[in-house]
Design a protein around this ligand. Structure first.
Ligand code: DGT
Ligand code: MG
Ligand code: MG
Ligand code: MG
Ligand code: MG
Length: 292
């Protein structure tokens, strides 16, 4: 293309390349969902259709972006993890974030009629914001995921108790809020059980734990013996004894392409399980190793 005198304006574009060798988390969040959930009369505090729709949209994102190793969703938000070795879009923050946000939003709107067949979607349509955050170690990354899952638990216990007091206990919102001010988890569990015969432990796992998405390579709990790639590196550790700072040996072009195809073909698992303890990660070493 011929240079024009206008070409110089390109210099106004600022680079936003993310630091190499760091885990990238893109978190998206529904814009004004307080209003949107009221407009469409989502069930309170959890609407299964809405959460299934969020998960379906997130699975669509994971399918289209094989570089993603995991997703985690609660309420109107989803966190997507790119492996620290990811080089997609030269690691440009805005390109990664906006691609995820728009892909997710497209799927959300496209799949709406599947999950809300009798509810016509009208403007203002659902939209999402997004941000990219870097985590330099596996510990930091797992602490991030734990933070979101703890948030899910705290909010869900509060909301479940709040709405029981309102819907079944006949309290108005103000009274319910007052009743719950300063209460510990144990107290909320007690309110649920003694007044409403609700055992919080028996609430749906999706509501209590959120939704964890990952590529399912059908590795059982005996991960070591059935791993598809027995030469795969162990899960990176950032402990003092084994600093995880050496760059990985680059895959050959054909190996990288094979890897990508494998990832593209893999089923996206959607589970509602604990990601705070080691078990989840120990049983699925390919998620953080990046070797699948
Ligand atoms: P934002 O994110 O600053 O644009 O504003 P919001 O209104 O999206 O606020 P946020 O993201 O902090 O809170 C999420 C809202 O969505 C909150 O009002 C609860 C609502 N919400 C999420 N999931 C459900 C659901 O399953 N059922 C109902 N009824 N509401 C839900
Ligand atoms: Mg927000
Ligand atoms: Mg929101
Ligand atoms: Mg939110
Ligand atoms: Mg273009």
């Amino acid at each position: 293309m011929a240079n024009s005198k206008y070409e110089y304006v390109r210099n106004f574009e600022q680079p936003d390349v993310l630091l190499p060798n760091t885990w990238i988390v893109v978190r998206i969040d529904g814009r004004g969902f307080h209003k949107l959930t009221a407009k469409y009369s989502f069930e309170k505090p959890n609407d299964r259709r809405a959460l299934d729709l969020m998960n379906a949209a997130a699975a669509g994102v994971m399918k289209e972006l094989p570089d993603l190793v995991m997703g985690y969703g609660i309420s109107d938000e989803f966190s997507f993890i790119f492996h620290k070795d990811c080089t997609l879009f030269e690691r440009r923050a805005s390109k990664l974030t906006t691609t995820i946000v728009s892909t997710f939003t497209s799927h959300y709107v496209f799949m709406w009629p599947t999950y809300f067949p009798s509810v016509l979607l009208t403007p203002p349509l659902p939209s999402f914001d997004g941000r990219a955050v870097l985590y330099p170690s596996v510990t930091n990354l797992r602490d991030y995921m734990s933070w979101r899952q703890v948030d899910c638990h705290i909010n869900n216990l509060y909301n479940t108790t709040f709405w029981a007091l309102v819907q079944q206990g006949g309290l108005d919102a103000k009274a319910a809020e007052k009743e719950l001010t300063g209460t510990l988890s144990s107290h909320k569990n007690e309110i649920l059980f003694s007044r409403f015969k609700i055992n919080y432990n028996n609430e749906p796992e999706m509501f209590k734990k959120g939704s964890v998405l990952f590529r399912d390579f059908e590795i059982s709990s005996s991960a070591e013996t059935t791993a598809p790639n027995p030469t795969s590196a162990p899960v990176p550790s950032d402990s003092a004894t084994s600093p995880d700072i050496a760059p990985p040996a680059p895959l050959s072009k054909t190996a990288a392409e094979k890897d990508r195809k494998r990832r593209l073909k893999a089923r996206i698992a959607i589970e509602h399980i604990d990601i705070i303890r080691d078990e989840f990660w120990d049983q699925r070493p390919w998620i953080l190793s990046g070797k699948a």
